[in-house]
Design a protein around this ligand. Structure first.
Ligand code: ACM
Ligand code: ZN
Length: 751
């Protein structure tokens, strides 16, 4: 990425010479010739509606709307004849001195050309109010472009946590920028019913609200094991819903951006919001609720004609709001045990010759497949709809891996790919890194060309059980959405992470300008702990455009006012240096901490070989290392090995090794903890390795700069049950990674 700095009159303008386009166009050539500069003299000559977005953009950010004389230059949009059938959604764009010429095959193609022009302009074009001193320069280029897939989607769960209309519009804007075109709106689930249905007002007066139990996780997320739908009369409540007017507004807003809104009305499971509002929709023989308001069943009774009629009524109102050809009916994770225990469901199975509950599920799905087909629509469902036989008109959304997609394509059915492995953006960046998303190919291996043609495309999903805030929601989407947009739009040929990664980084200031909260990685630091005498310099690096590396020395998270990092932070006394990349709005990404300490164990008295190992019995299944210092040990021994031998026999336990680590030379040491479940390592009171939390045997490492001498070492490990394992290794300046030598481990007198 090259940036040119141009001095014009007295204003300094920075325009990217070869702007970052995401998704990558099929073909683009930057000639390096004279750019086209858009001014208030520029005239737009257009035969399409999509260019209203171009005018609005300039009106907002530049204060003119392309209605100049045109003497110094024109932007021409014209329909290219006979292309719509051959190349739907395509555009051809040429930027030359004096003229920008766009030809397009369809309105959508013209809209995508507008998005490309937008990305060719400096990111200030995203500004909500006029900005001065920017040269609206379009680099000389020629682009020929159109999508690989027709379904380029994003699914948003608004049931588990509710997100307002303003949030949804902001995501639609960003989808448009990235040429995504399907907004799959997960409107109902166990967390609450979110769509107004006039015939059944209790769905939103009761079903959209839940008791605020106060039982939330550290990020403010709900414990979804304990949802109580309660109605809006309860004193403490969480919830919300979209009125039919809100929905019409969203659908219109999306259509204006060539985005189809596919509503999802989950059936026959994941429907707590509905069955608590109208309990007669439930199965018979469902036990009493464990808590007031709570339901033990979230499925509709498939044997109850009233439940089928209810769903038809709901779908009738839904169809009136959503013009989308496709309508999603969910059908994942249905708790069939309720059907097994229900005489009405069993009677339905008998009457229709259905051999098991999977076939009963298929019976329900077939019913709604016919219902939707009769009304000119097409049913989409999660891949469970394959079990018990696929309904004739159904399209399969493959989520439990890719097999559902493969099976459906082999049956000649349309599929949309959204496997958990690559497309679940509610998973952390550690679990699904952006690079991993970028490596995804929606066409599974092993399909014939005819079968591959059934893959309509794919989408990423944002499930919201663990997403309590708008900021977190956006952080999980961006920048992974950029990678997915490219996977779904751009040709597979020529796709290279090493090329995409810097282009993506260059794109981030545009997302900042749009006010989105974008995930950035934490700054790289040389060591997580530094033991020093006198003074030391702490260094950090990383980052990209639009991000400033800042730091604090008091343990707080940096903000827009914190000192800017230059060449290193000089430290003269024990402290914690906290680094983060901070965007222009003062919002910090994840932090890196460096604990700076003075060595202080000069006079420990006589030392004896071996560490002290204390063992603890735990109650329950803690999700973190308990505070062992406040607990009574069940046993104590002396050892110089860190392994499972010391562990007590019961399933839940913790071990703490404590004593002195003597390091023989000054330099950088790496420490490695592998544990199932959590473990942590401190030197003196500096946390060097943090591998806490319930998990399988994973390794985490930390790095400390140590002066030759003695350090209090404290290693703790816990296991909440099941498999357990533990390993502690270290690498010294002149010794490779290995278990800690016994001769380096001691304890003080009396320990
Ligand atoms: C799903 O994630 N249950 C479709
Ligand atoms: Zn039933």
């Amino acid at each position: 990425m090259l940036w040119t700095v141009t001095l014009l009159a007295s204003t300094l303008t920075i325009a990217p010479r070869e702007p970052a386009l995401v998704p990558r166009p099929v073909e683009s050539r930057f000639t390096g010739g004279t750019p086209f500069v858009v001014t208030d003299q520029t005239r737009l000559i257009s035969d399409c509606a999509a260019t209203k977005h171009l005018k609005a953009m300039f009106q907002k950010a530049a204060g003119f709307n392309l209605e100049g004389s045109g003497r110094k230059g024109t932007i021409v949009f014209r329909h290219k004849k006979d292309t719509a059938r051959l190349r739907p959604d395509w555009y051809w764009l040429d930027v030359r001195p004096g003229q920008v010429l766009v030809e397009y095959s369809s309105e959508s193609g013209a809209f995508y050309a507008v998005q490309t022009l937008r990305q060719l302009l400096p990111e200030q074009i995203e500004s909500p109010k006029p900005v001065k001193g920017v040269t609206w320069s379009l680099p000389a280029c020629s682009v020929s472009d159109g999508p690989r897939f027709g379904w380029r989607g994003m699914m948003l769960d608004v049931s588990r946590h509710f997100f307002p209309v303003s949030f949804i519009k902001r995501q639609l804007d960003t989808m448009a920028l990235l040429k995504l075109n399907v907004f799959h709106w997960h409107l109902v689930d166990d967390g609450g019913w979110r769509i107004e249905i006039k015939k059944y007002p209790k769905l939103t007066s009761t079903g959209a609200w839940r008791v605020d139990t106060g039982e939330v996780w550290p990020g403010g997320e709900w414990n979804f094991g304990n949802i109580q739908i309660c109605g809006d009369q309860a004193p403490k409540k969480y919830g919300g819903f979209y009125t039919q007017e809100d929905i019409k507004e969203i659908v219109r807003y999306a259509a204006d951006r060539h985005i189809t809104v596919v509503p999802e009305i989950e059936l026959p499971g994941h429907s707590l919001g509905a069955v608590v509002s109208y309990p007669e929709l439930k199965c018979l023989n469902v036990g009493p609720p464990a808590k007031p308001g709570q339901s033990l069943s979230n499925v509709y009774c498939a044997g109850n004609d009233a439940a089928i009629t209810f769903l038809e009524d709901v779908l009738t109102e839904t169809l009136a709001l959503f013009p989308s050809k496709f309508v999603h009916i969910g059908a994942d994770e249905v708790e069939k045990k309720h059907w097994r225990a229900c005489p009405r469901c069993q009677a339905r199975m008998k009457a229709n010759g259905l051999k098991d509950e999977n076939e009963l599920q298929s019976w329900v799905v077939r019913h709604f497949d016919t219902f939707l087909s009769d009304r000119g629509r097409r049913l989409v469902g999660w891949d469970e709809i394959l079990e018990g036989g696929l309904a004739p008109g159904a399209t399969v959304m493959s989520w439990r891996g890719v097999q559902g997609g493969i099976d459906a394509a082999k049956q000649g059915r349309d599929v949309v790919m959204s496997p958990t492995s690559h497309c679940y953006f509610d998973y952390s960046y550690q679990a699904i890194p952006t690079q991993h998303v970028y490596a995804y190919d929606p066409v599974p291996a092993g399909l014939t060309p005819e079968q591959a043609a059934r893959v309509l495309g794919g989408q990423y999903n944002v499930w919201a059980e663990w997403i309590a805030t708008e900021a977190r929601n956006e952080e999980l989407q961006y920048p992974r959405a950029l990678a997915m947009a490219e996977v779904l739009w751009s040709p597979k040929e020529g796709r290279k992470w090493s090329e995409f990664s810097p282009r993506m980084t260059s794109f981030l200031p545009r997302l900042d300008a749009l006010g989105l909260n974008v995930h950035v990685s934490e700054p790289e630091v040389d060591a997580t702990a530094v033991f020093f005498s006198g003074r030391t310099t702490v260094k950090a690096k990383g980052g990209g455009p639009g991000r400033t590396l800042r730091y604090t020395m008091d343990g707080s998270v940096p903000n827009g006012k914190s000192p800017v990092y230059r060449n290193g932070v000089t430290v003269t006394r024990p402290t914690t240096v906290t680094f983060a990349f901070v965007n222009k709005r003062g919002i910090a990404g994840p932090v890196s901490r460096v604990e700076c300490r003075n060595p202080r164990n000069k006079d420990l008295g006589p030392l004896t070989p071996g560490l002290r190992a204390d063992t603890y019995l735990l109650n329950g299944e803690p999700s973190r290392l308990p505070d062992l210092k406040t607990m009574k040990a069940s046993g104590t021994s002396v050892t110089s090995v860190f392994d499972q031998a010391v562990r007590p026999r019961p399933a839940q336990f913790a071990v703490r090794w404590s004593g002195i680590l003597r390091v023989p030379e000054t330099g950088a040491y790496n420490f490695y903890l592998t544990s199932d479940d959590g473990s942590r390592l401190w030197l003196d009171d500096a946390l060097v390795v943090d591998n806490d939390g319930p998990h399988g045997a994973v390794e985490k490492s930390g790095r400390a700069w140590l002066e030759k001498g003695d350090y209090r070492v404290d290693v703790r490990w816990y296991d909440q049950g099941g498999a357990n394992s533990f390993k502690f290794e270290m690498a010294a300046p002149s010794r490779p990674k290995a278990p800690v030598p016994e001769t380096w481990l001691f304890r003080t007198a009396g320990a």
